[in-house]
Design a protein around this ligand. Structure first.
Ligand code: FES
Length: 333
């Protein structure tokens, strides 16, 4: 889906920072060109990593009605050395370059019922939708899942606001979400909006398809930020161009190749549009497909991948962390 309006970059002053859960920091920004934010919208942000400027996307968790203040929340994974470290280093008074709020996860108002599903930091894309549905008096359930309660940002606020409509599922408390049961219990005319780890979203998509529910009633935001395996550094080669680059665990293949001066088309940079696809020529390792563009069949064929989000991991990823890094040989259009 295309963004609803063109990107307008502007300065924003960091007004406040606050830790709201384990590894999650809330950052309140005051943009110089305020624009109201609607549920599901995000801002793109310029972050500086090793002296180079890159773009990261963060959902607007909440905002003043006139857009003069907006809050994002950033999760810093323990092995991150990039964008989230930069964001966690921000202090009040600093100036950041951000876009005006951009929409590619719109909430369709007027459905008979809604299920909102958030996994971990995905709550940032979902919380605003829940607040709006509550204001509208809509029929909705807010399902929030995470590994531990300490990692659940805004849980108390959400419980106070949504009461019984909020269901929390916490893995280390033995209350993990039963995805097939969730989907089995969804009204046929309901719409489900979700944002979370790809494993969770994939399980929902499969259960949704198995039940034969309308595909257009299942909507999701990916941000391309989680895969089947932990991100590892790997080597990418383009023999035709004589290019070789190491893709660090905290950057995308697209970013690493752009740094080498390779010209690659891209648009969403979130694994949704397919514009950045590359052809896989050889692989020592395996592909961690993180896009929502290809079908399962295309993914298992392994001939193409979206280089903005998908990665290579060592063949033993998950089983033997000390295995050598993957080496991926590709060609670009
Ligand atoms: S740029 Fe859209 S899928 Fe990669």
């Amino acid at each position: 889906m295309a963004d609803s309006h063109h990107e307008v970059w502007q300065n924003a002053v960091v007004h406040a920072v606050e830790d709201v859960a384990a590894g999650i920091r809330r950052i309140v920004l005051r943009p110089e060109l305020p624009h109201p934010a609607r549920p599901g919208e995000h801002v793109d942000v310029h972050v500086t990593i090793d002296g180079t400027v890159q773009v990261r996307s963060y959902s607007v968790v909440d905002a003043a009605d006139d857009g003069t203040e907006l809050a994002i929340s950033v999760f810093r994974s323990p092995n991150s050395r990039g964008g989230s470290v930069f964001m966690h280093g921000l202090e009040p008074g600093q100036v950041l370059e951000i876009t005006q709020p951009l929409q590619n996860f719109p909430l369709r108002v007027g459905a008979p019922a809604y299920v909102l599903l958030a996994g971990g930091i995905g709550i940032t894309a979902i919380a605003g939708m829940a607040a709006l549905l509550r204001r509208l008096g809509a029929d909705y359930r807010l399902v929030y899942v995470a590994r531990s309660r300490a990692a659940m940002a805004y849980l108390d606020d959400l419980a106070a606001l949504h009461g019984d409509r909020l269901e929390a599922h916490v893995d280390d408390e033995g209350t993990s979400l039963d995805v097939p049961a969730l989907v089995a219990g969804v009204r046929e005319d309901a719409e489900l909006y979700m944002c979370g780890p790809i494993r969770l979203m994939d399980a929902v998509r499969r259960a949704w398809a198995d039940r034969g529910l309308d595909r257009t009633s299942l909507r999701y935001e990916t941000f391309g930020n989680s895969g089947w395996f932990e991100a590892e550094p790997f080597t990418v080669r383009i023999p035709r161009l004589g290019v070789e680059a190491v893709v660090d665990s905290d950057e995308s293949m697209l970013e690493a190749l752009e740094r080498q001066g390779v010209d690659i088309m891209s648009d969403c940079r979130k694994g949704e549009c397919g514009l950045c696809q590359v052809t896989v020529l050889a692989l020592d390792g395996r592909i961690d497909h993180r896009d929502v563009f290809y079908s399962d069949r295309q993914k298992s064929a392994g001939a193409k991948m979206c280089c903005c989000v998908s990665r290579a991991v060592s063949a033993e990823a998950g089983a033997a962390p000390d295995a050598g890094p993957a080496v991926l040989t590709i060609d670009v259009p």
